[in-house]
Design a protein around this ligand. Structure first.
Ligand code: PMP
Length: 358
């Protein structure tokens, strides 16, 4: 067996230790005589898996007690709707920051439910707005932003200060990449398929006072109150994805937690950006202050060489480097589970490719 270095933006590479453990436990989980996939979500075995995963996530992220953690389905895209469906009606308006493709989708969805003020728009500039340029509507029900734009590779170097207005963050591609102060947020949500686990699971970390504001017309499956009251078991949750996320949380704990991840992630990103910056053959369009640790887009000076680059990288076991169709070029997603050796291998290949093709 030989595993590749998988630079996909998501579903993304998972820690090998986690996959091995899942394989060992696949047919018979801890003597239960069945796989986690086959268990009732209400049975004691799965209840223990679910509770352990939540406890570990709370520990790793230092989630305060006045926050609920929900293990939902529907992806981050459902949260684009669920956030306004539950909260926008409180004042009828919400503020959004637009930094790229995913912000835009969140904005488009929110507009179905009320007035949306785009208070800053740097989507065309490959950067986050300057902190000093931000001001918010005093009657906004919440402020929504995307701390890391997965496609553009733009990451906020700060957490916006919204005062008493709840801050809502789509952390799909940056959650668990470093420690964050959860108490600064009203809601954090994330699709799991990047830094958390397999696709199908969506994490929502929500301050308790923001639960219970949905209008009666809100479908049960979109209502935070219903999921919170049922401990994410209102209907059948994505049990296997929940279990695997739990294994990832244990892996994080065994590997020094988010402090250790932050050190490694910063180093991986710095080395890759340094390689891009050191040559005229490669370029990255993002404001250096706002460069993502997780998603590193780069272009080749001659786009005619893109196909050759991808083909040769794949032949060397480095796959899914093609950039998103909207920005072109390459994108290396280097989440927690991408080993440093993978980034080193990519850098060496980039240097070698440049020498042969410049
Ligand atoms: N937000 C961000 C920042 C993302 O990267 C993605 C997925 N790439 C989404 C939202 C959409 O997530 P999902 O596919 O889970 O709906």
């Amino acid at each position: 067996m030989s595993r590749i270095y998988n630079f996909s933006a998501g579903p993304a590479t998972l820690p090998e230790d986690v996959l091995n453990q899942a394989r060992e436990e696949l047919l018979d989980w801890h003597g239960a005589g069945m796989s986690v996939m086959e268990m009732s979500h209400r049975g004691k075995e799965f209840m223990s898996i679910a509770a352990q995963a939540e406890a570990d996530l709370r520990e790793i992220m230092a989630i305060p007690d006045n926050y609920k953690v929900l293990f939902l389905q529907g992806g981050a895209s459902s949260q684009f709707a669920m956030v306004p469906m539950n909260l926008l009606g409180r004042t009828g308006k919400a503020d959004y920051i637009n930094t790229g493709s995913w912000s835009k989708k969140a904005i488009a969805e929110a507009k179905r439910y009320g007035e949306v003020n785009v208070v800053a728009d740097t989507a065309a500039e490959f950067k986050a707005p300057a902190e000093a340029d931000l001001s918010f509507s005093s009657d906004a029900a919440y402020v929504h932003y995307t701390p890391n734009e997965t496609i553009q590779g733009v990451e906020f170097p700060y957490i916006p200060d919204t005062g008493d207005i709840p801050l809502v963050a789509d952390m799909s591609s940056t959650i668990l990449s470093r420690p964050i102060d959860v108490s600064k947020f009203g809601i954090i949500y994330a699709g799991a398929q990047k830094n958390v686990g397999p696709a199908g699971l969506t994490l929502v970390i929500i301050r308790e006072d923001l639960i219970g504001h949905a209008p009666d017309s809100c479908p049960a499956m979109m209502n935070y109150r219903i999921h919170a009251d049922a401990d994410s078991m209102y209907n059948t949750p994505p049990t296997y994805a929940w279990y695997l996320a739990g294994l990832v949380f244990q892996w994080l704990k065994n590997n020094g937690g988010l402090e250790a991840m932050a050190v490694i992630n910063e180093r991986k990103a710095e080395e890759l950006y340094a390689a891009v910056d050191a040559s005229d053959f490669y370029a990255n369009p993002v404001d250096p202050e706002c460069r993502s640790w997780m998603n590193v887009p780069f272009t080749l000076a001659d786009p005619e060489l893109d196909g050759k680059f991808l083909e040769e990288a794949a032949a060397k076991g480095m796959k899914s480097l093609k950039g998103h169709r909207s920005v072109g070029g390459m994108r290396a997603s280097i989440y927690n589970a991408m080993p440093e050796e993978g980034v080193q291998a990519l850098i060496e290949f980039m240097k070698d490719f440049e020498q042969r093709n410049a």
